[in-house]
Design a protein around this ligand. Sequence first.
Ligand code: ADP
Length: 485
Amino acid sequence: MRILHVCTEIHPLLKTGGLADVAAALPPALVRLGCEVRMLVPGFPAFMRGIEGLSEVAALPPRFGAPDARLLAGRLPGTGIPAYVIDAPALYDRPGDPYSDANHHAYPDNHLRFALLGRVGAQLAEGLDPGWRPELVHGHDWHAGLMSAYLAAAAMQAGARLAASVFTIHNLAYQGVFPSELFPEFGLPPQFFDMHGLEFHGQVSFLKGGLFYADQLTTVSPTYAREIQRPEQGCGLDGLLAHRANSLTGILNGVDRDLWNPATDPAIAARYDMDDMDGKRACKAALQREMGLAPRADAPLFGMVSRLTGQKGLPLVLGGLDEIVARGGQVVLLGSGDKALETACLSAATRHSGAVAVRIGYDEALSHRIVAGSDVLMVPSLFEPCGLTQLYALRYGTLPLGGRVGGLADTVADCSLENLADDTATGFVFERFEVADFSAAARRAFALAARPDDWSAVQRTAMRQCFDWDAAARRYLAVYRDALG
Ligand code: ADP
């Protein structure tokens, strides 16, 4: 099967969140199943620099504000997966974040930047590269949403389908909604601006392009697939998603075992595995040293690695912090994003010097050291499509603490008495998004820490959990077969 993935991030070249990890790990897993996989990405500087052996495949017509655009092709470093890059400096050659400027303002021409991505994805299905044509295109998140619409338009014109399409929702909260006046710039048939199409409350929604026109939809956990069909989590699209329920599959992300493995991880102070956990104790001591925390082996250490946005539950952490510290715990947090949240975290660290440490920024290696060195990893998200950090934590014997939402509900089992008795407990789960519930879950962590044998048993259960990309890839393949009909 020839599959084209269309996305905006691929680890380790460019990453702002979990999408990059998925885009790096799913394609090689599909290759292992015998698929022929290629990628298409915008020509952001990180891709232009990092994709190897780039050469021109085709010149692109001057559209979308990109006069000299070209399609290049090369290979991803490491995996060697073939990757197309849209070289359009006028749109993509900008420093920093792929979506916004240094002040976190979305670029005013994002509609053009990502319309071009979708258009070129559809053109590849139409035969833009004479040497390779996908049978199926797989778009990720709103940036690739218009691809399914362009493909539908091309099929209307050709009188036949050119390729099957699958669209994955990594986070429904990011939708790519633009004023209706911009619609003519996309060059799509006028009838596509309709409630049964791209129109969303009088505006144009790129995300809806994927949700409406793709043959099959997926999202990144079974629970999130159900949640987004209801008004509370549907972000205004629950009606459409419920209507498409038969074409919507929740597939949990996996863990890249080469990157996230405590037995081989070069970023952590000492390696360890389930049979020899001494290294984990060394990782905790090293983390305490590195972050300026008191060197106390007995202090339960609560870690967090996260984008700092409203989604990620920082108000619960900040609200529960005093109690964690009062009970003798420590907190270490790595994150960046919302300036007000950054400031609030930093002032908590100043208030609790020696017990709370905060690093603002993006630091891949430190994220590994926090996952390895902490006892508990906090993921108290308001909603969480899948969540990757709790999967990494489980592998490192660090017990996740989070709400019963989305992928967290599918991957973490609370240390309730019955789960402890059944050897299924892996973490601390709270029900309601409230400081009181968060704090009660944290108290369960302290209670378990006071029973070291039980803690070790739960750690072993956590480390035995298997979130495997090969299993996920097999599920994607089944979805692809449905899409191809
Ligand atoms: P989301 O995609 O919503 O940000 P996920 O849990 O799915 O959340 O994925 C987040 C990914 O980004 C994880 O690999 C996590 O380790 C990483 N990450 C988030 N913030 C940082 C940071 N400040 N430094 C390093 N890695 C980070």
